[in-house]
Structures are given as structure tokens and as C-alpha cells.
Design a protein. Structure first.
Length: 142
């Protein structure tokens, strides 16, 4: 089923030679966009860089939300989009390193949560039970 899902595409500007003037846009697969821009290092260093980037951006997303909830500021959607995009960039870098597609990740998550929440209905009881983590026995995990 995952082969039916296409990768995400973005539009990137085409600039006139030697100028900042945008003369058009071209579509680029997002995984290829990140591949072109992510700093090339050893695999270990790239993984560390991407992992720390995800954590940094998560903190920036939290800060954006904190300003809204704790300081009664209007939620800055433009900043929220920017920070989610930055986090998405680092996540895509990790996916690229290991050949993981969005389809594989999303299906894996949907399968896990479908197992956890019967009939796709959230409940605190099912969240605590974590049916997807049980080893087949009827006992609850400790």
C-alpha cells in the first residue's frame, strides 16, 4: 500500500543568473531538497546533527506555544509554521540517511495507534493500557 503514496513536493525559486530576481519556480521532491542542503559529514555526525536539530526545533515549537498559553500572546502561526518546517527538515535528513519514506513511517504509526485505540477512539483507559505494547498476555504492563 505504501507504494501508492507519493513523496511530498515543494516549489523552489529559479533565480536569474547572478541576481536575486526570481524568474520562476520549479517543483522539487522534499527528500531531494533536504539531501541537497543537509551538511555532509560522517554518518555518525550527520545523525547527531539531525537528532540535536529535532530537539532544538521541538524546543522552539514549545516556546512559540508557551508564549501563547503562558503569556497570553496571540499564537504566532507564522513562527509555528517556520519551526515545524525546521523540525521537518531535520526529520527528513534522518529519513534520508536510512531510506525511510513518509509512507512507511506514517503507516507504522497508524498501525501502532490502531492497535492501541480500538475502533480509532481515544480513551484514557486505552492510553494507559497501551495494547500495542502488550506481549499477548491479558495482564497490564507495569
Amino acid at each position: 500500500m505504501s507504494e501508492l503514496m507519493s513523496p511530498s513536493w515543494v516549489s523552489v525559486p529559479i533565480r536569474a543568473d547572478g541576481s536575486d530576481e526570481i524568474v520562476g519556480y520549479r517543483p522539487v521532491r522534499y527528500d531531494q531538497f533536504v539531501l541537497a542542503l543537509f551538511k555532509k559529514m560522517s554518518e555518525e555526525r550527520m545523525l547527531g546533527h539531525a537528532g540535536r536539530g529535532v530537539c532544538t526545533e521541538a524546543g522552539e515549537i514549545n516556546d512559540c506555544i508557551k508564549k501563547s498559553l503562558d503569556y497570553d500572546q496571540e499564537l504566532n502561526i507564522k513562527n509555528l509554521i517556520e519551526e515545524i518546517g525546521d523540525m521537518r527538515f531535520y526529520l527528513q535528513a534522518i529519513q534520508n540517511m536510512y531510506g525511510l519514506t513518509d509512507a512507511v513511517i506514517l503507516q507504522s504509526n497508524a498501525s501502532k495507534l490502531s492497535e492501541r485505540y480500538m475502533n480509532l477512539r481515544y480513551s484514557d483507559e486505552q492510553a494507559k493500557l497501551r495494547r500495542d505494547k502488550l506481549d499477548g498476555s491479558p495482564e497490564q504492563p507495569s
